[in-house]
Write a protein that binds this ligand. Structure first.
Ligand code: MN
Length: 255
């Protein structure tokens, strides 16, 4: 039962991979790295232009833990351009913990509206003013983790409950060779969430099942050579949950 008729809007992205090529001799002038930065700029533009309440980044925001201070400064500048709240879930490229980038660079000190999910066993980020709770499990360097396994019950105090995860959706329970597995059982158990924002795949993919809305946003500027990126716009209101992929035009780059 929807008790709050206020429209909630968020932009869902993942696999931004900032800093992927910044250790090349050309540093941040490396064109492939510039494309990744242009992709994130386009995502922030989308969040600003659509007056989104939240920007969700479902893992692999940074490419690795050795990112340089200028890459961090770029990330902070972009996050601060968005007047809403940005939520980052650490992924396998930017894991939580001493071997990841977030302990080396304290982003939250420089980006006051940023919320970082930090708990590997899972935590809720609660937004009472939006009547929303977000649950997610921060990825560490342990790739045997299962991002959506055994979730807690949704917060019944909030009309809207979404989950955020970073991992591989696998077709079979026994497909053990993949990292960060999200199994058919986990997808079925995700029916309790109003939306599940996934990352780890740079190609936009809808893996929803009959009961659960589960979407990979896709990268805003994939590491491959396709000339565009995608982000997802999600709206929740009196008429339910609606989402659509949005093609990002990467200005100033030459894909
Ligand atoms: Mn990943």
């Amino acid at each position: 039962m929807v008790t709050n008729s206020r429209l909630l809007r968020f932009v869902h992205t993942s696999d931004v991979h900032l800093g992927a090529y910044s250790s090349s001799p050309r540093g941040r002038e490396e064109p492939r790295g510039r494309r990744l930065e242009a992709g994130f700029e386009a995502v922030v533009d989308l969040a600003v232009d659509t007056s989104a309440d939240l920007l969700l980044i479902a893992g692999d925001f940074f490419d690795h833990a050795r990112i340089t201070p200028d890459v961090v400064a770029f990330a902070v500048e972009q996050i601060n351009r968005f007047p809403g709240t940005t939520v980052i879930l650490p992924g396998n490229h930017d894991p939580i913990g001493p071997l990841g980038p977030y302990e080396r660079h304290s982003l939250q000190e420089k980006a006051p509206r940023l919320m970082l999910i930090q708990e590997p066993t899972g935590e809720f980020v609660d937004f009472p003013e939006l009547d929303l709770a977000i649950w997610g499990r921060a990825i560490t360097v342990d790739v045997t983790e299962q991002p959506l396994a055994s979730p807690p019950p949704r917060l019944k105090e909030r009309t809207w409950n979404i989950a955020i995860g970073h991992g591989h959706s696998v077709d079979e329970e026994a497909q053990l060779e993949r990292s960060l597995r999200i199994t058919p059982t986990h997808l079925a158990e995700s029916a309790q969430w109003d939306y599940v924002a996934l990352g780890h795949w740079d190609v936009h993919t809808d893996v929803s099942t009959a009961g659960a809305l589960v979407v990979y946003s896709g990268s805003p500027a994939s590491l491959g050579d396709i000339g565009y990126g995608v982000a997802v716009v999600v709206e929740m209101g009196a008429s339910g949950v609606h989402w659509h992929p949005h093609t990002l035009m990467l200005s100033g780059t030459n894909p």
